[in-house]
Structure formats: structure tokens, C-alpha cells
Design a protein around this ligand. Structure first.
Ligand SMILES: [Zn+2]
Length: 297
């Protein structure tokens, strides 16, 4: 029996997981995860061509080409959101497969990539991406397509990490790419300027739990593929933080006061920069204050 392999990319390691294969003609569909210069790039190959989920970080183009093989013809590229770690090599893949490479993303992702935007942490503007890097096909809620024997469903994860996050679910293989909506290694990030907030993140994680089953492998933007149980544990931890921060917000606490009050204590994992996370969480929560409680003005 032929197997399809899912590589664990965080450590640029070798085969970590395997899946039953489905055949179309003589060529097996194959699903792998390769290292896109830190972030994961999901690669699906079939007789119909190559599909990528995300295009890697800046300066990772050569590494990606080497991992894919120079003969690989990328025909469809999904972007899980607009951040450079997921979109830096869009124009490279668009040019390599020209004409006709489809870049599929949420409409908001296209909009972010089409304009200069402010990076508050770095106190500077990031330039709009060239036209060749921008999504060519956008959607607002869900979509589906077929490649080889694989059914691929994709859809919006509302305000979970940005305002344009999507999942890409390789349903036949039962592998779901969740982008930065799953964050087993790095501190979960909330791009509050785009409207992302912790309530949206928990809701989006619930949607992924609803779409998946016990056997689903969930591929985060960074780190090894997760079991659904591991993903559920991360969701439950996010909900715990949400409810703690919600209580402190109602009391009018600042992020520093929240940190000092111990809202990040005793969680199931450690945080590299708990203050930054709390700051972004509080900012996002203020922006969504109308969803908090009638008592909050
Ligand atoms: Zn991101």
C-alpha cells in the first residue's frame, strides 16, 4: 500500500505521520508539510498538480524550491492570512507557474496585501505587496474544490488571529491546515488592529473542532501537526484566559494590572511574553466591549 506522509516541519525533520493513500491513475496523492523558513507550508501533490497552503517566510524561496523539487508545478496556493510568514513567496510561485497560478484567500487578506499597513510593535508601515503577490481568487465564507481524489474544503475563521484567517481542510486525507489559529509552540498572537480578539479565536477554534473528528491532524502555522485532543486542550486554555481577562476588563484593569493579578498563572503552558499577549488581548477586548457585558460602557 502506498502511503502519504506528513512531515513535521518545525525541526525540519523527516516523516512524522502517515496517512492511508488514495490513488488516481498511477500517481498517489501525497500530503506533506515542509519548512517554509520557520512557518509550515502544506504541500498536496496529485496527478492534477501541486497545491500549497501558505508560501513561507521571507528569504525561504530557495529552500522551498529545493524541498518541492524543481519539477513541481504549483497550481493553487492558499494563504491562511496576510502576514508575511505565510505570503512572502507568493510572487515567486505565481511567476514560476505562470500563467494561471491561482492564489486563494479570504477577501480581507487580499485587501491587507493591497495596502500599506501599520506595524505597532515595530513602529513602522509595511509596504503593500506587488500585484503579482496578491490573491487572485477570494471568498468571504466557504469554498470547496477537488484535486486528484481529494476533497478540499476551506472557510473563514472569523477574527481569530487576523480578520481574514481561513482553514484549509483536506477532507479525504483528514488533515486540516489552521494557520496561526493553532499555536502549540509560539505564544498565540492576536492582530488586534485587524479586529482579531480572543473571543473570535475561541469561536474559530470551536468551528475547527466541529469540522474535525478524533483522527483529524491539525497543522498549525508553526510546530508539529496536532491531534484534535491537543488542539482541544489549546482551545480550552484560550477560553480560560478569555474568561479571566473578561473579568479583569469589567473591573477596569490595565494589562499590567491583569498580569500582576495573576491572570496568566497556572495555565497549561508557559508564555514567552505574557505581557504582550495580555496587551493585545486587552486591546482586542476593548474593541469588542459591546459583546462583553451590559455593565461595560
Ligand atoms: Zn500570522
Amino acid at each position: 500500500m502506498l502511503r502519504r506522509d506528513l512531515l513535521k516541519s518545525a525541526l525540519a525533520s523527516t516523516v512524522a505521520l502517515s496517512f492511508p493513500s488514495l490513488l488516481r491513475g498511477q500517481q498517489a496523492d501525497k500530503l506533506t508539510v515542509i519548512d517554509g523558513g520557520g512557518p509550515n507550508v502544506v504541500v498536496f501533490s496529485s496527478a492534477d498538480g501541486v497545491i500549497l497552503v501558505d508560501s513561507g517566510a521571507p528569504k525561504s524561496g530557495d529552500k522551498l524550491i529545493a524541498a518541492l523539487g524543481s519539477n513541481a508545478k504549483v497550481q493553487i496556493l492558499f494563504n491562511t492570512h496576510y502576514h508575511l510568514d505565510q505570503t512572502a513567496n507568493n510572487e515567486m510561485f505565481a511567476a514560476a507557474g505562470a500563467p494561471g497560478v491561482k492564489i486563494i484567500a479570504h477577501e480581507h487578506t487580499r485587501q491587507w496585501m493591497s495596502t500599506d499597513y501599520w506595524l505597532p510593535d515595530e513602529d513602522r508601515y509595511e509596504k503593500a505587496r506587488p500585484k503579482a503577490a496578491r490573491p487572485t481568487e477570494t471568498f468571504r465564507s466557504t469554498g470547496t474544490l477537488k484535486a486528484g481524489a481529494e476533497q478540499i474544503d476551506y472557510g473563514h475563521l472569523t477574527l481569530a488571529h487576523t480578520d481574514g484567517d481561513i482553514y484549509v481542510y483536506f477532507k479525504t486525507s483528514n488533515v486540516l491546515a489552521a494557520g496561526d489559529v493553532a499555536s502549540p509552540l509560539r505564544d498565540p498572537a492576536l492582530d488586534y488592529l485587524s479586529g482579531a480578539w480572543i473571543g473570535g479565536r475561541v469561536d474559530a477554534m470551536d468551528l475547527i473542532l466541529k469540522l474535525s473528528n478524533e483522527q483529524t491532524r491539525i497543522v498549525p502555522a508553526y510546530g508539529p501537526a496536532m491531534t484534535r485532543a491537543e488542539f482541544k486542550a489549546e482551545r480550552d486554555m484560550m477560553e480560560e484566559v478569555r474568561s479571566r481577562v473578561w473579568k479583569q476588563t469589567i473591573q477596569g484593569d490595565s494589562p499590567k494590572e491583569m498580569l500582576d493579578a495573576g491572570v496568566m498563572n497556572g495555565l497549561s503552558r508557559t508564555w514567552k511574553d505574557p505581557y504582550k499577549f495580555l496587551y493585545d488581548t486587552a486591546k482586542g477586548m476593548f474593541a469588542h466591549h459591546n459583546k462583553l457585558d451590559p455593565a461595560v460602557i
